[in-house]
Design a protein around this ligand. Structure first.
Ligand SMILES: Nc1nc2c(ncn2[C@@H]2O[C@H](COP(=O)(O)O[C@H]3[C@@H](O)[C@H](n4cnc5c(=O)[nH]c(N)nc54)O[C@@H]3COP(=O)(O)O)[C@@H](O)[C@H]2O)c(=O)[nH]1
Length: 479
């Protein structure tokens, strides 16, 4: 590109007598300038528009929508547990995954829409031509389905899920900033509802976000202030009701509130990374409790505890388990770690190695919420787990829903073949107990037998240690 600079030459009388014309090639300067503008408006990893360009586009779209009396939508996406991918497989794999996500998102929307990356694992999408609010839900479903099918990255088959929050103009905000903020709040609601779903913004969410911040700041330091406590729910022999184990479930005794259940704070603890510390506390406390039952002359039963994804993926997890075991001197056969299918499948290879190490230590491994997380069963033989816990949702309406009863029978049959134990969760009625017994399910947990209770109360279920004799549990376990 040429730039022309024109300078007149005047004669003695001041008249224009000629001119000097300078031609300058400004292609490089122009190219650099447009490159700089591009860089200022785009994310350097994915080359998607960044937050600044997105804001401009929302402002323009609002003007258009105002003129034509139409709607537009802002979708705030956060990849669930993306941090684990970075932590376990490294940033190069993480970056490739983000690129794959960016490509899929772009394919899910129209040319007039904007897919932007606002940093980390957060993407914001502007749907600029929305006719009905219900169409937005369909697009969100399409996005969730597109992102959850496996991503092949550097020889790894990665599965991720995404939480999506949606705000709609004009109902949820009159400007870009408000629409993004409200979509973000809705995204947190989607996380609270178990991730891998979308939520539309509602005015109550602003109050909830204050509550969330409150909980988050309270969680920091809750261990030091000794505000956590464990409740124990018995696991029984379904045939005779004998207590053969228990599950430790955390509760938070907030100084200014009632006892807070885990579903209210575990998600937040995961988001802000505190779950690793909390998990370490839970394991230490379970081990301390087992020792304390023994010291009181009671025969402990195996205790299962929930291990969250972030803990399991933490590089120091195994070391921290070994340290707790050696400090407390607890027999590892009393411990059972519950992991969900999706946690194991996030990185199947490293999960399998870690499970082997845990089993070498003598710790049992259970798959929690079985049947809800993953569609393929082939992984079961790969991991060789000790226990499958049938998710409560199957048990809940097994009387009314023959499909659920069939699934339960299939899981029990499969466990017989795989030689692993099976535990039915959430048993609340005698009918369910009877149906499970008829299907040869031996172990169960649920309100029918006991709610989670404090350690002192649970101690009533334990037998005294016989002076010269090993306990019924020890005999069964072959110890
Ligand atoms: N990472 C950690 N996660 C934890 C820990 N402690 C708990 N959790 C997670 O929170 C989930 C909810 O726990 P909770 O509110 O304690 O609910 C448990 C039981 O009370 C409930 N249950 C048991 N029996 C019944 C029943 O008959 N009906 C019914 N409606 N609910 C019942 O189920 C929860 C136990 O489920 P599970 O873990 O799948 O066995 C909990 O699921 C954990 O994910 C922690 O220390 N760390």
């Amino acid at each position: 590109m040429l730039m022309l600079v024109f300078a007149p030459i005047h004669d003695a009388g001041g008249k224009v007598a000629g001119a000097v014309i300078v031609f300058r090639d400004v292609s490089t300067a122009r190219h650099m300038s447009s490159q700089m503008t591009h860089l200022a408006q785009h994310d350097c990893l994915t080359d998607l528009p960044n937050r600044a360009l997105l804001s401009d586009r929302i402002t323009q779209a609002i003007e258009m929508a105002g003129r034509h009396q139409t709607l537009l939508a802002v979708l705030f996406l956060d990849l669930d547990r993306f941090k684990h991918v970075n932590d376990s497989l490294g940033h190069v794999v993480g970056d490739h995954l983000l690129l794959s996500v960016a490509r899929r998102l772009t394919m899910c929307v129209r040319a007039a829409d904007t897919v932007s990356r606002s940093g980390g694992d957060e993407f914001v999408i502007l749907l600029s031509e929305v006719t009905h609010a219900s169409d937005v839900g369909r697009t969100a479903e399409k996005i969730i389905a597109a992102l959850t099918s496996p991503h092949s990255i550097n020889g790894h088959e990665l599965r991720i899920t995404v939480s999506v929050g949606i705000s709609i103009y004009p109902r949820d905000g009159a400007d870009g900033e408000t629409l993004i903020k409200n979509a973000d709040l809705a995204m947190y609601r989607a996380k609270d509802y178990g991730r891998n779903n979308f939520q539309l913004y509602g005015p109550d969410m602003s109050t909830r976000s204050v509550e969330r911040l409150d909980l988050e700041s309270g969680l920091r330091g809750a261990i030091e202030r000794q505000e956590f406590t464990l409740h124990y729910q018995s696991r029984v022999d379904i045939a005779n009701g004998a207590v053969i184990g228990c599950e430790a479930l955390i509760r938070w005794q907030h100084p200014e509130r009632d006892l807070i259940p885990p579903l209210k704070f575990i998600g937040i603890a995961e988001e802000c990374g505190l779950i690793v510390q909390i998990g370490h506390w839970v394991l230490s406390e379970v081990c301390r409790q087992i020792r304390s039952w023994e010291d009181a002359g009671l025969q402990p039963v195996p205790v299962s505890l929930n291990i969250s994804a972030l803990e399991f993926r933490n590089r120091r997890f195994l070391d921290s388990v070994r340290t707790v075991l050696s400090h407390t001197g607890v027999d590892p056969h009393y411990l059972e770690f519950e992991l969900t299918e999706s946690v194991l499948m996030e990185n199947a290879e490293s999960s399998s190695l870690l499970l082997k190490e845990l089993k070498k230590l003598g710790i049992q491994v259970a798959i929690d919420d079985f049947g809800t997380g993953y569609s393929s069963l082939s992984y079961l033989s790969y991991f060789s787990v000790d226990v499958l816990k049938i998710d409560q949702s199957f048990v809940r309406d097994m009387e009314a829903n023959p499909d659920n009863a069939t699934i339960i029978s299939a899981i029990i049959g499969m466990c017989e073949g795989l030689k692993c134990r099976v535990i039915a969760e959430g048993v609340e009625t005698q009918e369910q107990r009877g149906l499970l017994l008829a299907r040869r399910c031996r172990e169960a947990q649920g309100y029918l037998f006991s709610r989670p209770i404090v350690a002192a109360e649970f101690a009533r279920f334990l037998y005294p240690i016989a002076p010269d004799e090993k306990s019924a549990f020890a005999k069964c376990a072959g110890a």
